[in-house]
Structures are given as structure tokens and as C-alpha cells.
Design a protein around this ligand. Structure first.
Ligand code: GLN
Length: 286
């Protein structure tokens, strides 16, 4: 019982095999093999290390080999296993949503610093995708109310599923384009957050992101169309003294600061991600 040409083996053997198969295609071959096999065995990656001597069933080996093949062709591990960790949450993901990135935790941390424990603030997450930002903030602040929007109904299905699985009941979802998604009677917000698409059309990085939805990635010739629209529309929906925080590309800090300043925001500043790159810019409505 093995992939054609392969002797049957225990978990350690299959991890070694998967790693060597992925070596040329992935710079995280060993980790990828561990995550894929752990998911198939319904195990944690760390727990798998204690099971190295166990044999695996033929059917599992066949699925593992097909997953290794998909990974070899460039598909992200998160889409193959259908999950991605973000903040403290385990999120389901499919190709309707961007895979949440650790960089985005910079935005979550800034948002939480604006929301004291017990806050009853109204928070808006525009373009929620998997729900990563809205759900991370909501998970840390049970007393805030969060509205999360997306243009894509398929993305909202994923985000709602993530709210349900993580037991988060105080996030409401609405479909639509940026601020146009808001219900007509929506009261102004204390905090507006977004990780909008910010890559320029035709950017060379898009090839490596080909499995992710284009809608979530690109935004005009300089990548700033969505950010311009949000900056233009947000003030009408912010309370006086409320903050708008926007994630953007590593080279867009100055441009986003200029947009916020021109729109009348104060205390405009940019924060860096864990890699030391400009990543989130925010300002306060006077
Ligand atoms: N808000 C989601 C995230 O941060 C989706 C972002 C996007 O699709 N551009 O992961």
C-alpha cells in the first residue's frame, strides 16, 4: 500500500519523502510536509513528531501524495488544508478569500490599543475576506460591536463560518463595496479598519499570488484605488476623534499618509510590521 514506486513506510518516512518532493518547489518543504500530513491525520504538527513510528493507511498515503503534488505546483498550503491560523484563531479559508498574513496582526494590535477593555465602541472592518481582522478584534473585545463587509458573497460565507466556528457572536456581516455596504441607518463608527487590495495591476508579485482572488489583491495602476476610495468615504462615517487604520504595501506609507492628511485626518502615522516594513497607516478624524 504505497504511492507507485514507493515502499510502505511510517510517518517519519512519509515526511522525509514529502520534504524531498517539495524541496525544489518550496522554501519551507519540511514544514509544508508536516502541515499537510498532520491535517490528513487530524493531528497537530507538534503531536505528529511524537508519532513518527506509526504506519499510515494506504488511502491516507494516496491523499498525501496528491496534496504534495498540488503543493509542488505552487498551491498554498492553506488552500490545500483549508485552514490558516491568524492571531489566536483557527480560520477556514478557500480560494474566495485572501490567506490571512501575519503582517496584518500589526493592524489588529493597533486597533486593540484604541479599544480599552470593556469598550462598547462600534468597529467597522472593510473587505473582511476570511473575517481575520474583524474576528481577531472581536475575540479580544467581547463588548465592542463589529460590522464586517465584503463585496464577495462567497467571502462573507467564509467569514460567517469562521465567526460560527470560533464562537464569536458580536460581528455582523454586510455585502457591498467599501462604505456603500453600510445599512442606510448605520450610526457613525469609533474605529474603521481595512486591509484592502493594494497591489498595482500588473505587478510582478502577482504570479506568486495566482491562487488568491484578484479582487482581494489589486487596485488600479498604483494599487491605491481602494485606499483612495476608503479615505474619501470614511470621514462621513466616523465620529469626531475616531480613527481610520489602513494596511498597505511596504512602499506606500508616504502616499497613504499624504492621502489621509489631504482628507483632513490628524495624528497621521505609519507603523511597521514584524519584518520592519511600513505596513499600516492611520489617522484621527478631528
Ligand atoms: N481582511 C482580510 C485579511 O486581512 C482580507 C484582506 C483582503 O482580501 N485584501 O486577511
Amino acid at each position: 500500500p504505497a504511492v507507485q514506486g514507493l515502499a510502505p513506510g511510517v510517518i517519519a518516512d512519509w515526511l522525509r519523502w514529502g520534504t524531498s518532493e517539495l524541496d525544489a518547489a518550496s522554501d519551507s518543504a519540511r514544514a509544508d510536509a508536516e502541515i499537510l500530513l498532520a491535517a490528513l491525520l487530524d493531528s497537530e504538527r507538534a503531536a505528529l513528531r511524537l508519532r513518527h513510528d506509526e504506519a499510515i493507511e494506504a488511502a491516507t498515503v494516496l491523499r498525501y501524495a496528491s496534496w504534495i503534488e498540488r503543493r509542488k505546483l505552487g498551491e498554498p498550503v492553506a488552500y490545500i488544508v483549508g485552514r490558516q491560523g491568524f492571531w489566536t484563531l483557527d480560520l477556514v479559508v478557500d480560494t474566495a478569500v485572501l490567506i490571512p498574513r501575519p503582517d496584518t496582526e500589526t493592524l489588529v494590535e493597533w486597533a486593540l490599543s484604541r479599544l480599552p477593555a470593556g469598550s462598547t465602541a462600534r468597529v467597522l472592518d472593510l473587505g473582511t475576506g476570511s473575517g481575520a481582522i474583524a474576528l481577531a478584534v472581536a475575540s479580544e473585545r467581547p463588548t465592542v460591536s463589529v460590522l464586517a463587509t465584503d463585496l464577495s458573497e462567497a467571502a462573507l460565507d467564509v467569514a460567517r463560518e469562521n465567526a460560527r466556528r470560533n464562537g464569536i457572536g458580536h460581528v455582523v456581516f454586510a455585502r457591498g463595496a467599501w462604505l456603500a455596504a453600510l445599512p442606510a441607518e448605520a450610526a457613525p463608527f469609533d474605529l474603521i479598519l481595512s486591509n484592502p487590495p493594494y497591489i498595482a495591476d500588473g505587478d510582478a508579485h502577482l504570479a506568486a499570488l495566482r491562487y488568491e482572488p484578484r479582487l482581494a489583491l489589486t487596485s488600479g495602476i498604483d494599487g491605491l484605488d481602494a485606499i483612495r476610495e476608503i479615505v474619501r468615504e470614511a470621514p462621513a462615517h466616523l465620529k469626531s476623534g475616531a480613527w481610520l487604520l489602513l494596511e498597505h504595501g511596504h512602499d506606500q506609507g508616504a502616499a497613504v499618509r499624504a492621502l489621509l492628511t489631504e482628507a483632513g485626518f490628524e495624528n497621521v502615522e505609519t507603523r511597521r510590521d514584524f519584518g520592519g516594513n511600513d505596513r499600516v497607516t492611520g489617522g484621527r478624524k478631528p
